[in-house]
Structure formats: C-alpha cells, structure tokens
Design a protein around this ligand. Structure first.
Ligand code: BGC
Length: 738
C-alpha cells in the first residue's frame, strides 16, 4: 500500500480509499466510489472534509513570518479511511514553498503566446510542487485583464478570453501530469484594493462572452479544482453564489472537480456556501468549523448537501490517484538547471520589442557584442531582485540574475558600469540601458486596509486544542525547514508588500526624468520596462530609439534580457493587452469602488469600437527580421474554420511570427479566435494554418440563456496584431450546425 499523502509505500492494510482507487483505475465511476466512502464517514468526518485542516490562529501567526513559504495547506484528510486529502501550494510564477524556480510572471508568459512552452512550465511546476509535498497547485490565474491598473494584472495572461484560455489550459495540462491544478478566481475578479467588498454588476452576455469563456476552456481541459473569487457578482459573494458554482459551473459546464474558497474571507456564511456549491473553505478551520453545525440545525443547508460536497472532493482524489501516487521527486529538483533554462527561455520569448529606430542608419538593437566595449546600465531596477508582487504569488527563488548581472555575464570583455540615478555615466558609453518600472510596492496583491474590519467577526475566538496538537505534531515532523533567500525582499524588504491597484499608468516621475537625462547623454538609449501590464510611455518614448517591455522576468531574467538585446535570442514576445494612448480610452476603473458595472467592452474591442488607435496594439511586437503574411484563405470544415496564409521571413535573421486569427460578424469589432506561433528561418516562407472552433463565434442569447450559433457571413482575417492594417479579411459563409 502507498502512503496517502506522500505516495510512498507503507506496507499496511489497504484502506477503503485504496480499494476504491483501484476500482476507479479499473474503470469504476469515481463519484459512486466516493459516495460510498463518504457514507462510511461520521458526520464530523464529512464536515472535516469541508475546510482546511490547520488551526486558524496558530497558522495565521506563522503566515506573516514566512510560514506561507514553508509548508503546504492541507485539507480534507480522513486518515481512518485512507482519504489523503490535498495539500495546497500557490503560484502562478512557480511553487511558493521552498527555494523553487521563479518563472517570469504569468503576464510575461502570456506575451510568449507559446502554449507548448507554457505546458512545459506547467510540468516543471508540477514536479517541484510534488517535491515539496504539495498535491494542488493554486496558480492557474486567468481573470481577464479588464483594465491595466489591476494590481494583480501580472498574475494573469492578458486581456483576451481565447488567448488567456489557451495559455491557462496549457499550464493545466502540464501541471496535471504530476499533480492537481486549481483555476482561479471564479469570477470577474479584476479589481484588487476592494476585492473583499466590491460587487460587480454584469449582464449575462458580458459574463458569458468575456468573463467566463477561459474558465470554461480550462474546465474542459479537466482541471481538478476551481477557486472562487472574493468579490461579489450581481449581489452574491462568489464563494456562495449558486448561480456561478452550481448553475453555470456544474449544470451548464459539467464540472466534476471540487471548488475551494479564496483565503480566509472568501465566504461569509457556512451553510449558504455549502448550499451554493462551495466544497472546501480554505485554508483554515474557521467559518464552517465553528458555524456549520448551527447552520445545519437552522436548515440553511442539509446533511445531503454536506455529503455531496465531501463526495466531490473524494471523487477528484480518486480520479487523480494514479497521478498523485507517482514516486515523489527529490527536493533537489527545485530550481534545477533544466528548470532555470526553461525560465530563461520563457523570459527571452516574453520580451516585447516596442520600438527599434535607427541611429546612424542602423536600428539600435540588436547590440553587437563583438564591438561593444562600454555599456552604461542605469535605473533603480537594474541591479535588484524584482520578481513581481509581494503577495500570495511570491516565490523564494534561491538566486536571481538581475539585468546588470545578465549583461555583465554576456559581455565579459566590456566595461559595464551601473548607477541607479546618475545619468552622466551614460555619456561616454557606446550604449545606455535604462531599467525602470515597478516593484511589489507599486502593484500586486493588496496587503493593506481593505475595509475588512467588519469581517474580523468571522474569525474564531480560539483554535480547537486537538487541531492545534495535530498541527504541532506535523510541524515537528517536517522534512525540510525552508529559509528565505538572503535577499528575499529585494529593495522593498522581506515578505508582503502593500502592492494593490495602480493609480497611474505612467512611470514614476523620477523614472521619466532619468530617461530624459540618459537620452540626452546618449543617443543609443534602450529603455527596458519592468511591469505587470501596460505602461503609458507616449510622453517620452520618441526621445529614445529603443524600447522593450521586459516584465518581472523571473530568476533568469537578466540572462534573457542580455540574450535578446545582444541578438542571441529573437524578440518574439507580442503584447497580451492593448496599450492606449490615453487612459480615458479604457473602461472606468476606480480602485476604491465597492460597486462596479462591467459591460462587454474592454481591451482592443473597445478601442476599435470607439475609434481609438492604440499606442501599441494587442498582439503587437517588433522583430529583428523582416516578417510579413502573404494572402489568406478560410473555409469551414465541420465545426471548425481553417484559415491559411503564408508567413514570410524576408530578412537575414531567424524570426518568430505569432499569426493571429480575428473574426467579426456584422458590425461587431473583430475578436481573436485563434493563434499560432511560427518559427521562420532567414528567407523562409511557410504555409500556416490556424484552426478554431465555430463555437468561438457563438453569441450568448439572453432570451434563451444559452449560446446561439452564428450562421451566414463571417469575416476572417489572419493578422500580426489586432487592427493590423496589412491584414485582409475574407468572408466565410457558415452553414447551420449539422
Ligand atoms: C489570493 C489567492 C491565493 C490565496 C492563497 C489569496 O489571498 O487571492 O490568489 O491563491 O490567497 O495564497
């Protein structure tokens, strides 16, 4: 027999769970087997499955001291029957426990448009997750970016549901070869500071067409778990929204996994949350542990509903048993060389070249390493650990290659000098690289006064002594004690940072002043933007010849930046969001609002509908070579459209094109329906096919509360970015579905 959590052999008798798992592996129905296990539980054991296993106060006091990075959050373990429960670790930029690989943030990975790479990153994360003893990865964050000021923009893949859905499905596939994945935050979670209080009013059409399709895509991929959001949608807290958790997720989409709450304040009422379809309150013994029995007695939920929730957890564990009992990887897989190489590949592929103008007749980039003797690297962020926000997604990478480290390593024979804010060092150098943007102090998960004072009443008066005793026993038996890396906090200090939504989409004034001073001192100035989403650069970007968005680039980010600036890797990133010329062109965004109304208009669709030309369009990125798309054909094949073009690389360097399919029906703005990333050798022409399901064109019909297939004429274009003037659209006449 195998140990229920570690997968290691125990040599003991088969438990009820073991026997059921074997039957499920042989084809038995997991839900039926799980129901039998749950029926064998006591009422107390069933309720135990419905929240985290750790005591509230004891673990909370550890969390701020780094405990969040030291141990998993277990839940739903019933040892008597062999039910292993699950052990949660967060993400999304890697595993947050131990000295794990810090990948570039999700938004940077969104800029790669590389689903194969994202799947490989998922696999690496899955392996590291198992090595630290976790079984559930909470890092598939796919809330669409409605507005670039969202503090947690860096945790998602971008503004478009199709793109976000494909990238999220890819990481889910990768992770789930080794563990279970959890997609979050369901749903319409795209404001940070008021996340515990905001009620998002949203009509059915916008909800289904813009804010949910990517979740559906990942449910269809077989994700094990869904995390509900903190905010309310249409007056119901997401953690107790029967509309979202029961009607949509389970009835309409057929989700068979389990739903967990977001942490601590993700639900308000024990019984109502069970009735709505929230299976597990995370991460502690809190609202349900102290309130569910009373709510049950008051008729706010039933014992059947409790058993159903427990059954969904156990059924998922049975389905994933073959995956979770694979031998546990050794701890030294954390940040192992292959994973660092993957982080470097991702960081290089993510870099978006936004501007590359000639100086003395030649574009400034790529730099010629062979002739470079002097480089000035300027800026607050050039030589600091800056992996992203300081909230739940923080990764304790054991080391970080900063931009300065990367350039010095790549140019051993050059004099690479650095100053934080002294532009004069740029004057004599052959090139100046300015690294500016944000840190965890500027944007990220908000760890401040979120107006939660009234929610303190939800906290238990004291922990249950037997739960504390069990917690202390597991702590005493911990295999590894993980300590923070020496420079864990970067310049903003160790641990959590205030973060939150951005109040401005521009750089700090001092960064803009520094760019002006460096550009005045050196005509070959390259600006690198470190940020989790759009930065408005229109007031200064024409004063510098080269501009790249280089993101929170992960632990190998400095090497990747050098790779791209020196032309060892091609700049193949494409913006996963639109950058407007004016914030007024975006939807309303008030970080302090406790009521917000979302319609379907945001991103490139809104800009196009309003006739605003973006500063940099969605899907845009320059290359060092000469890329174009030649011609287009599109036909319907059953329930798919197949669009074809020829990608041409007329230049002398290899290059990468991200071919994007956009479709429009009638007067509606064109929307992304598919994409493919294509590598092209110098001079190569490649026939490229983008296939996408007709379902991506369907419209939500509020009269029938369901999807209406589109028939008749549809315009399909293959383009290099949204609104690409070089792209011609061809009509496809869609037959009614057969
Ligand atoms: C965040 C989630 C995260 C959870 C656990 C919450 O505050 O909103 O994204 O998964 O903490 O770390």
């Amino acid at each position: 027999m195998t140990h229920p959590t570690t997968g290691e052999p125990t040599g003991t008798e088969a438990t009820m769970f073991d026997v059921a798992a074997e039957r499920v592996a042989g084809g038995a129905d997991a839900a039926v087997e799980a129901a039998a296990i749950v029926a064998a539980m006591t009422a107390e054991e069933q309720r135990w499955c419905l929240d985290g296993d750790h005591p509230f106060w004891a673990d909370l006091s550890e969390m701020g001291q780094g405990g969040y990075h030291q141990r998993t959050f277990p839940a739903a373990r019933v040892a008597r029957l062999g039910v292993p429960g699950f052990a949660f670790s967060d993400g999304p930029r890697g595993v947050v426990i131990g000295p794990a690989t810090a990948f570039p943030v999700t938004m940077a990975r969104g800029a790669t448009w590389d689903v194969d790479l994202e799947e490989r990153i998922g696999e690496a994360i899955g392996v590291e997750l198992r090595a630290i003893g976790a079984t559930l990865f909470g890092g598939v964050c796919v809330n669409v970016l409605r507005h670039p000021a969202w503090g947690r923009a860096q945790e998602t893949y971008g503004e478009d549901p199709v793109h976000v859905g494909e990238m999220g499905a890819a990481i889910t596939r990768g992770v789930q070869r080794h563990a279970m994945a959890c997609v979050k935050h369901f749903a319409a979670n795209s404001m940070e500071n008021t996340r515990f209080s905001v009620d998002v009013t949203i009509d059915e059409v916008a909800l289904h067409e813009v804010y949910l399709p990517h979740f559906r895509r990942i449910v269809d991929e077989g994700v094990a778990s869904v995390m509900s959001a903190y905010n309310a949608v249409n007056g119901e807290w997401c953690g107790q929204s029967r509309t979202l958790l029961h009607d949509i997720l389970r009835e309409q989409w057929g989700f068979e996994g389990f739903v967990i709450s977001d942490w601590i304040f993700g639900l308000r009422d024990a019984g109502a949350s069970v009735r709505a379809g929230l299976d597990v309150e995370m991460p502690y013994r809190m609202i349900r542990a102290f309130g569910l029995e009373d709510d049950l007695a008051a008729g706010e939920c039933t014992t059947d509903e409790i058993a159903t929730a427990a059954t969904r957890v156990v059924a998922t564990l049975l389905r994933f048993h073959p995956v979770l009992t694979q031998p546990r990887p050794p701890i030294d897989v954390l940040a192992q060389p292959a994973h660092r190489a993957l982080a470097r590949e991702a960081a290089a592929k993510a870099i978006v070249l936004l501007r590359n103008e000639p100086v003395d007749g030649t574009p400034v980039l790529p730099l010629d390493a062979a002739s470079l003797r002097s480089v000035a690297v300027v800026g607050r962020l050039a030589a600091v650990r800056n992996l992203g926000d300081g909230g739940s997604s923080d990764v304790w990478a054991p080391s970080v290659v900063t931009p300065l480290d990367g350039l010095r390593a790549a140019l051993p024979d050059a004099d690479v000098v650095h100053a934080e804010d002294d532009a004069s060092i740029a004057a004599g150098a052959q090139v100046a690289v300015v690294v500016v943007g944000y840190t965890k102090a500027d944007e990220g998960e908000f760890i401040g006064d979120s107006g939660t004072a009234h929610l303190v009443a939800l906290m238990p008066a004291a922990d249950e002594p037997e739960v504390v005793a069990a917690y202390e026993a597991t702590r005493a038996a911990e295999e590894h004690v993980f300590l923070p890396p020496a420079d864990a906090g970067g310049r903003d200090g160790f641990g959590f940072a205030k973060g939150g939504d951005r109040r401005s989409l521009r750089l700090r004034d001092e960064d803009e002043a520094l760019i002006a001073a460096v550009a005045a001192a050196n005509p070959r100035t390259v600006v690198c933007l470190v940020a989790g989403s759009a930065v408005l650069t229109g007031s200064w970007d024409r004063t510098v010849p080269a501009l790249v968005q280089s993101w929170y680039a992960g632990m190998e980010g400095g090497h990747a930046l050098a790779d791209v600036l020196l032309g060892l890797a091609e700049p193949s990133g494409r913006l996963p969001f639109s950058v407007p010329t004016d914030p007024a062109h975006l939807p309303d965004f008030d970080p302090d609002a406790v009521e917000a109304t979302y319609d379907g208009a945001h991103g490139y669709g809104k800009l196009a509908a309003d006739g605003h030309v973006p500063a940099h369009p969605f899907g845009f990125g320059l290359s060092y070579t000469d890329l174009s798309l030649l011609g287009i054909g599109a036909v319907q094949h059953g329930d798919e459209i197949v669009a074809t073009t020829t990608a041409v690389n007329a230049g002398k360097r290899a290059g990468v094109e991200v071919v994007q399919a956009y479709a429009s029906v009638g007067d509606a703005p064109a929307k992304l329906v598919g994409f493919i990333r294509v590598e092209l050798d110098p001079g190569e022409r490649k026939v490229v096919e983008v296939r996408f399901p007709l379902a991506r064109l369907a419209r939500w019909d509020p009269e029938v509360h369901g999807w209406a297939a589109v028939t008749g004429p549809v315009q399909v274009a293959l383009a290099r970015h949204a609104g690409d003037p070089a792209a011609t659209a061809v009509p496809v006449h869609l037959d009614a579905p057969g």
